[in-house]
Design a protein around this ligand. Sequence first.
Ligand code: SAM
Ligand code: DTB
Ligand code: SF4
Length: 328
Amino acid sequence: MTDIRHDWSVDEIEALFALPINDLMFQAHSVHRENFDPNSVQVSTLLSIKTGACPEDCGYCSQSAKNDTSLEREKLLPLDEVIESAKAAKDTGSTRFCMGAAWRNPTDKNLDKVIDMIKAVQDLGMETCVTLGMLEKHQAERLKEAGLDYYNHNIDTSPEFYGNVISTRTFDDRLETLKYVRDAGINVCSGGILGMGEKALDRARMLQELANQEKHPESVPINMLVQVEGTPMFGIDGIDPLDFVRTIAVARIMMPESYVRLSAGRTDMSDEMQAMCFFAGANSVFYGERLLTTDNPDSNSDAELFARLGINMQAVSEEDPKKVCCHA
Ligand code: SAM
Ligand code: DTB
Ligand code: SF4
């Protein structure tokens, strides 16, 4: 079995990035095969339960009040709309429903409402994930009590580049929430964004921060920046697709048992680039035509792509909805 390490040095990570691509892909795919069915992906569907007017100033985000985007702000969605969306997601074959809110942090009152949503989605037999911004310790504990499966909280980039992206919170604030989530016993979903003008070293440092935590995040979303008009990052030079694939491969080698999610940005990726990402070890995607506020490939075109690649979507076990097991 692959060694699970938490002591990666930057030199070792940079050496992986510097490998000839065939050697890197071979190593990553071998690790992938040792730990997962290589032809199976986990699928999650996203819903923005509270959109826009966020007080944070994340330079990539359509939802920051500081960014002059054309986004309409919306209040917290009513429970019945959330249930309807979750049912639709389940019908298309999605096994996890991820609810995102444009908050710096939720209030306890907000949390009451989100907990009702979590319980209702669970009752449909789906896994639950929420991303609500920074949490206090007691809030993480309440979410665990409610039965939440995953909390998404991205570190986004390296600690060194963080200040170029966000000024209203620190990298350490992010780590603090991740610790509360981990200590509460909720599965951690944490990753970042590539293509924000970061250097290769920042990608290595981001992966080092994720992998050297006491426990690897169970889920590691790797997003490619979706450039949104009105954000400071609109129009910057994107990442070379092969560097994106390399980052997936290095993430797979460093975190052998984690789900690595090919996340935002798939509408700007060719089928061939996505196929390379799956070979490199990506084994999870967001499924459904919408991410939070931007487009994602629609389910039909994804189903076609998976069929062309011979990839199966994981299904939830009928006997035990908490267990994602069999392959559809
Ligand atoms: N407000 C909460 C927070 O920031 O933690 C939750 C929602 S936020 C939209 C979730 C994650 O989506 C961010 O941490 C970021 O990594 C990702 N994201 C947001 N906008 C993006 C974009 N334009 N392109 C790629 N990823 C993006
Ligand atoms: C993650 O890493 N990516 C998702 C999810 N976690 C919450 C969000 C992507 C958002 C892309 C831009 C948008 O649709 O607003
Ligand atoms: Fe707010 Fe989250 Fe967007 Fe940052 S990423 S502006 S915290 S919604």
